[in-house]
Design a protein around this ligand. Structure first.
Ligand code: HPA
Length: 281
């Protein structure tokens, strides 16, 4: 016997947004790309290398149910266009748990991308470096994560048969995409390594004791995003590429301005990866 459909948190929000996007364009993106703080210039980098056709940009404010981003450096628009002959959706700005939104909304970019037909998510983010040998302004390709946010984006999710979303997250980050991103960035002489992303709820940065704890747990970098979208994408059967950018050494004094400034260098690297890997998305 099939159990009755149990409502899941956020049900209907992504569907409404997908409907509103479809009224504006018949582009069917194969990938969703999320640009974190200060990374909006990645679009022009990717566009100059491999763009074609007539892209469109929709303000989140024009998508019913899309919460407006409140973080400086997050533009709050959805770009839809073609890179390397692949239709792609690029979110300029994301919704964070630390803004006070539920996890269902913190993972909305993956749900929308999936609803539009995408099969790959590229999740970029500014992070603090935990490994003292990691220089600021280097890139980290995410191989795995520690979810230390105290909650999970699948809390309350139900499958069609009513069962909870007991999703296998042993391989969230696609190994082939990660290898290809590492190769591309190295080929372009960009400082890059791979490692483990620790997700904290934020919005406060880490204490010295927390930084030491994260190091001992085996994390390479720490941030306040990526994981909600990565887990939701995995639950929806999508491939995930995580591209983190070290703006500071974790545990030190950090200003949001410092994060934004350092992120400008990362925009180039992320634009490059999108342009060069798009044909594999
Ligand atoms: N900690 C958490 N998130 C961050 C950091 C940090 O040091 N830097 C940029 N995002």
């Amino acid at each position: 016997m099939t159990a009755a459909r149990v409502p899941s948190p956020g049900d209907g929000v992504a569907e409404r947004i997908v409907g509103a996007i479809r009224e504006r364009t018949d582009l069917r993106p194969l990938a969703g790309v999320v640009l974190g703080s200060g990374l909006g210039d990645s679009i022009s980098v990717a566009w100059e290398r491999a763009g074609s056709g007539e892209p469109i940009e929709i303000a989140y404010a024009d998508l019913p149910g899309f919460p407006p981003p409140t973080v400086p450096g997050h533009a709050g628009t959805l770009w839809l266009g073609t890179i390397a002959d692949q239709p792609i959706a690029i979110f300029r700005g994301r919704i964070h748990f630390y803004e006070g939104h539920p996890m269902a909304l913190a993972s909305i970019t993956s749900r929308i991308s999936h609803g539009l037909g995408a099969r790959t998510m590229v999740l970029s983010a500014a992070v603090g470096g935990l490994d003292p040998s990691l220089p600021a302004a280097s890139m980290v390709v995410v191989r795995d994560h520690l979810n230390l946010m105290g909650t999970n984006p699948l809390t309350g999710w139900r499958y069609e048969d009513g069962s909870p979303a007991f999703v296998d997250v042993s391989g969230v980050y696609d190994a082939e995409l990660a290898d290809a991103a590492l190769r591309t960035l190295r080929d372009h002489g960009i400082a890059v390594t791979d490692g483990v992303y620790a997700a904290m709820a934020g919005p406060a940065y880490e204490t010295h004791a927390e930084t030491e704890m994260l190091r001992r747990l085996g994390a390479t970098v720490v941030g306040m995003s990526t994981v909600p979208e990565a887990v939701a994408a995995r639950a929806l059967g999508m491939r995930v590429l995580g591209l983190s950018f070290v703006t500071n050494a974790a545990g030190g004094a950090v200003s949001h301005e410092e994060v934004l400034l350092a992120s400008k260098t990362a925009a180039e690297a992320i634009g490059l990866v999108v342009a060069e890997l798009a044909d594999t998305f």
